[in-house]
Design a protein. Structure first.
Length: 157
């Protein structure tokens, strides 16, 4: 319960980052229907692990898990430490660090760039729209691509 209390007490939004110390010989799935539902119910938004994920057909929607593998096994899965620095496939994460994770992977966002993050995201979205908007039109062609790409090249940073 100490682990779950720690998860419930953390800032929101947050994600669980769990290092499976059996890696690379992980066999038992911590992340499955029960733990996804519990963590989601406690307000967490997702999880990252080098361990095993299971129950893909019945886990709650809206709780992404990046896992090292998929397996069918239950096992003697237990928490050894809480709040320590972990290493997930070379990504070192300390408690409280800002992470970005999606289906492509995860990274820690350095604290010195956080104040500039919103403006950087807005710049990327704005610049990509220069190409994406015309590309998604029915009358899109190579001439429209050339025009959009030229504008994109002059405006992007």
């Amino acid at each position: 319960m100490d682990y779950f209390r720690s998860m419930a007490a953390g800032p929101s939004p947050s994600a669980a980052v769990i290092q499976d110390t059996d890696y690379p010989s992980c066999i038992a799935g911590w992340w499955g229907e029960v733990n996804v539902a519990v963590h989601k119910g406690l307000g967490l938004k997702g999880a990252i692990t080098n361990g095993v994920m299971r129950d893909l057909d019945v886990i709650d929607d809206g709780f992404p898990v990046l896992a090292g593998s998929i397996g069918v096994s239950h096992g003697f899965v237990h928490v050894l430490e809480i709040g320590t620095v972990v290493n997930i496939f070379g990504l070192t994460v300390a408690q409280g660090e800002l992470i970005h994770a999606d289906r492509h992977g995860a990274l820690v966002i350095p604290s010195d760039v956080i104040p500039h993050l919103k403006a950087a995201i807005e710049t990327v979205v704005f610049n990509e729209a220069i190409v994406l908007e015309p590309a998604r039109q029915k009358d899109f062609n190579i001439e429209k691509l050339e025009s959009a790409w030229a504008k994109f090249e002059t405006q992007r940073t």
